[in-house]
Design a protein around this ligand. Structure first.
Ligand SMILES: NC(=O)C1=CN([C@@H]2O[C@H](COP(=O)(O)OP(=O)(O)OC[C@H]3O[C@@H](n4cnc5c(N)ncnc54)[C@H](O)[C@@H]3O)[C@@H](O)[C@H]2O)C=CC1
Length: 390
């Protein structure tokens, strides 16, 4: 979380033109992205096979990516980091350098059609420059990544444990080593919904046996989550993309860790606790684990066992309704951010937030209120979480 340079320094002429287009198309974003994909698939029918059967989430993602790029167009560091990650992430879709000009041509045609008052030769030229730069960063990052990592991994389900009627702990064995850091996430594609990818955090620090675990909650209309909870069985093979996310432990400091997790958001926090334990330098770790009710604290036993084993760890279950859970350093009823506010001070802590988007948003405010400096609060991108929730 850092401020964009573009908010502090005057915007470049290209940035002004690009943002003008974005402002104009924002109210009709659905139409622009539908037109873009329709044009792309008519002009370049071979590209249809790279996309999922249903394009709903995809349309939204394209617009958000454009918006992010437009916001940071003058901030080379942020833009490059974002686009390089996007370029690497596109390898699993089978994206090739040749595809970029086709996409650019259809994108500009769609923007020109809907941004009627801001479009003209100058604006078009600004978009051509921006798109050329964007695609080059993505192509270069993908090509550099090819030398060091596969485009995707196959992983076989080796165990599937239903913890509640709609939450499963799924453990998989990747077909080749899968390097990642505790606190990161990956993208998952199931055999039942080809080319539909969703993000899930790793529920453990890297293990010596190479196995990876995920906590998945089946949500209404969630294709991948329902398949993972209700269909996947040992022997099924899923695909994994590259690891991502910066919710990782800074092992160069001895600061405490304040971990606030709601629902299946406890998964990466458990991984962080294991990471601190394995590192051997014992720092205070405070975990606030929230759920709607006692029954929804599906991983409380594991967290309490960790608490028993590690004197530097405090686990505080927080339930929104019903009787407070038994166990832990303390046990609360109410909303997670309110529970965190009762404790502290946390000035000397690095904070980690994980869970539903609403919790991330209100949690950041609560943590700042509890004295945690904003630049020491880590969480995954709320946009990605929205996509992960279905
Ligand atoms: N890396 C991450 O941030 C991860 C995020 N998730 C996300 O976590 C979510 C888990 O869903 P569920 O288990 O159904 O969670 P849930 O809806 O049952 O909520 C869990 C907890 O968060 C609190 N909460 C929810 N919305 C809140 C708000 N607006 N303000 C304050 N507190 C709020 C609830 O009171 C409860 O304590 C999914 O959206 C999933 O995508 C899951 C794993 C990792």
């Amino acid at each position: 979380m850092r401020a964009s340079a573009s908010s502090a320094t005057p915007a470049s002429p290209d940035a002004i033109l690009i943002r003008r287009t974005m402002t104009e198309i924002e109210p009709v974003a659905d139409k622009v992205t539908s037109y873009f994909y329709a044009l792309l698939f008519v002009q370049y029918p071979d590209l249809r096979a790279l996309f999922p059967a249903s394009m709903d989430t995809q349309r939204d993602r394209l617009f958000k990516a454009l918006l992010t790029a437009a916001q940071h167009v003058d901030d080379a560091d942020v833009l490059t980091a974002y686009l390089a990650n996007l370029g690497r992430g596109h390898r699993k879709y089978g994206t090739l350098p040749d595809h970029y000009p086709a996409v650019g041509e259809c994108l500009l045609a769609a923007l020109g059609r809907y941004a009627t008052s801001s479009w003209g030769p100058e604006t078009e030229a600004a978009w051509v420059r921006a798109y050329t730069a964007i695609s080059q960063i993505m192509i270069d990052a993908a090509s550099a990544d090819e030398a060091v990592a596969p485009a995707w991994w196959h992983a076989e389900v080796v165990s599937h444990e239903l913890r509640t009627p709609d939450i499963a702990v799924v453990t998989v064995r990747p077909d080749q080593p899968y390097p990642f850091l505790a606190g990161q996430y990956t993208s998952v594609e199931t055999p039942w919904w080809p080319r539909v990818w969703r993000h899930y955090s790793f529920a453990s620090a890297p293990r010596s046996d190479g196995l990876l675990s995920f906590h998945v909650k089946a949500v209404p209309a969630g294709w991948v989550s329902n398949a993972m909870v209700h269909r996947a069985r040992p022997g099924d093979v899923i695909r994994l993309g590259a690891p991502g996310g910066s919710m990782t432990v800074d092992h160069t400091t001895r600061s405490g860790l304040l971990c606030v997790g709601g629902g299946t958001g406890i998964a990466p926090l458990k991984a962080l606790v294991e990471d601190v334990a394995e590192h051997g330098i014992h720092r205070p770790v405070e975990v606030f684990y929230g759920a709607r009710s006692d029954h929804d604290l599906y991983d409380l036993d594991t967290m309490l066992q960790l608490e028993k084993a590690h004197p530097w760890l405090s686990v505080r279950p927080v339930v929104a309704t019903g009787p407070a859970a038994r166990g832990g350093t303390s046990s609360e009823t109410g909303q997670l951010p309110d529970a965190v506010r009762q404790y502290g001070p946390f000035q000397e802590y690095d904070a980690y937030l994980s869970g539903p988007p609403g919790l991330i948003r209100s949690g950041v405010d609560a943590l700042v209120g509890a004295g945690v400096p904003a630049d020491r609060i880590r969480h995954d991108s709320v946009e990605e979480l929205v996509a992960a929730g279905d």
